[in-house]
Design a protein around this ligand. Structure first.
Ligand code: S3P
Ligand code: PEP
Length: 438
């Protein structure tokens, strides 16, 4: 019996037969789409989202907002071009039930929205969502005036008893386990009676570009935000109460989901073009231009997009990924194929992502013959010749795409549950085959 007949959910990761040459159009950013949905739902007038990400995480966000009474209509844009969502804000109503799946953005960004609804809102999700940190958001909302029943767990499942309004005001929060705590409070704050002043008081705050994205997107819909990077106090963000504008926003491609395709150019010594790569962006995936260049590639930002070219050599890297943690699985995959060791640092909080990513990467790469060790805050990767085998994904989209990158260079890698890429990139297997010219 072959392995794949024992495990019907195994996807044979295609190996590359030569240098990849492809143009890959990447769907919209998860982080931008889900912020835009929340802001549009809280606005004083309807808005449009063009080229939104259509994936499990964004559908969960849209369904949750619909459950609260927000209108979200799928269709073509005002000029008849492309996929567009029209968001029609309304009063936010409970009782409602919200399924967060395993979406950090849904489980963190929506409790403050639910506190503004006029009835109870029950939050539940995948088993893993019970383990992901949420206590900071729950405690902060209580300080700001919300009533929440979490049975003392500090995590899901829970019920937010919305009373139609929230006082807001100053609050201290330890967001060292997830930047999404800060983003969550800021996104809804224009609708709090007193706005909010969020003061981060814990250890290092991860994923700063994602907080910048929150601030930029709030400002783009008319909110007034004071923050550390434009002269404010360190670790303090203030949002004033105000009405939000409905906007016509085109969502940028998801640069973190561009990662496996760029990695393919690096691993095969090929060339991949990603159209519509933004010239300026808050997405952490933009750091790939620097990181993958240091690992052996070169890139050029042109009118046609980002052209990334591999040299045929892959170098190890010593890098702090605290700002761009979601890039870690893809970087680890490339590092396992490099010509020298790598140290990935600053990402202890990845133990609380979709899965414990440090443990998962260590185990799966080592089971293919690799030599990865976990450190206190990251991974040490010593490249070794790898062999085929099953690469488990632990319901983590980025584990699946990381395994596919290794599979390009190693025969016989089989990805268990590649369908988990549906969290942010449902079409991944077809896009991967298309890139390889299959
Ligand atoms: O706000 C966001 O859109 C995100 C913030 C980051 O979360 P953490 O700060 O929890 O790592 C990132 O890893 C996640 O993929 C998306
Ligand atoms: C950490 C991630 O997702 P989430 O939004 O669920 O936190 C991720 O996409 O890498």
């Amino acid at each position: 019996m072959t392995e794949s007949s024992v495990h019907p959910a195994l996807w044979p990761a295609p190996s590359a037969t030569g240098a990849v040459e492809a143009t890959v159009t990447v769907p919209g950013s998860k982080s931008v789409t889900n912020r835009a949905l929340v802001l549009a739902a809280l606005a004083a007038e309807p808005g449009w989202l063009r080229r939104p990400l259509r994936s499990r995480d964004s559908f969960l966000m849209a369904e949750s907002l619909r459950a609260l009474g927000v209108g979200i209509e799928e269709g073509v844009g005002p000029d008849g071009e492309g996929e567009t969502w029209r968001v029609i804000p309304s009063g936010l109503h409970g009782p409602a039930t919200i399924d967060v799946g395993n979406a950090g953005t849904v489980m963190r960004f929506l409790p403050p929205v639910a506190a503004l609804a006029d009835g109870p809102v029950r939050f539940d999700g995948d088993p893993r969502s019970y383990e992901r940190p949420l206590g900071g958001v729950i405690d902060a909302l209580r300080v700001l005036g919300a009533r929440i029943d979490d049975d003392g767990r500090g995590s899901l499942p829970m019920t937010v008893f919305g009373s139609g309004a929230l006082d807001g005001g100053p609050v201290e929060i330890d967001a060292s386990s997830s930047s999404q705590f800060v983003s969550a409070l800021l996104l809804s704050a224009p609708r709090f009676n007193q706005g909010v002043e969020v003061r981060h008081i814990g250890g290092r705050l991860p994923s700063m570009p994602h907080i910048r994205m929150t601030v930029d997107m709030l400002r783009a819909v008319g909110a007034q935000v004071d923050e550390p990077e434009t002269g404010g106090e360190p670790n303090v963000w203030r949002v004033s109460p105000s009405a939000l504008l409905g906007r016509d926003l085109t969502v940028e491609p998801d640069l973190s989901n561009a990662q496996p395709f760029l990695a393919a150019a690096l691993v095969t010594g090929g060339r991949v073009t990603i159209p519509d790569w933004p010239e300026r962006t808050t997405q952490p995936g933009d750091a790939l231009r620097r990181i993958f260049t240091e690992m052996g590639g070169s890139c050029e930002l042109t009118d046609g997009g980002l052209i990334f070219t591999g040299s045929g050599r892959i170098h190890g890297i010593d890098v702090d990924l605290g700002e761009v943690g979601e890039l870690t699985p893809g970087i680890a995959a490339v590092a396992a194929l490099a010509d020298s060791p790598s140290t990935l640092r600053g990402v202890a909080h990845l133990r609380l992502h979709e899965t414990d990513r440090l443990a998962a990467l260590t185990k799966e790469i080592n089971e293919l013959g690799g030599d990865v060790t976990e450190t206190e805050d990251g991974l040490r990767i010593r490249p070794r010749p790898l062999h085929g085998g099953v690469f488990h994904t632990y319901d983590d989209h980025r584990m699946a795409t990381a395994g596919a990158v290794i599979g390009l260079a190693v025969d016989g890698v089989q990805i268990e549950n590649v369908a988990t890429t549906a969290k942010t990139l449902p079409d991944f297997p077809r896009m991967w085959a298309g890139m390889l010219g299959a």
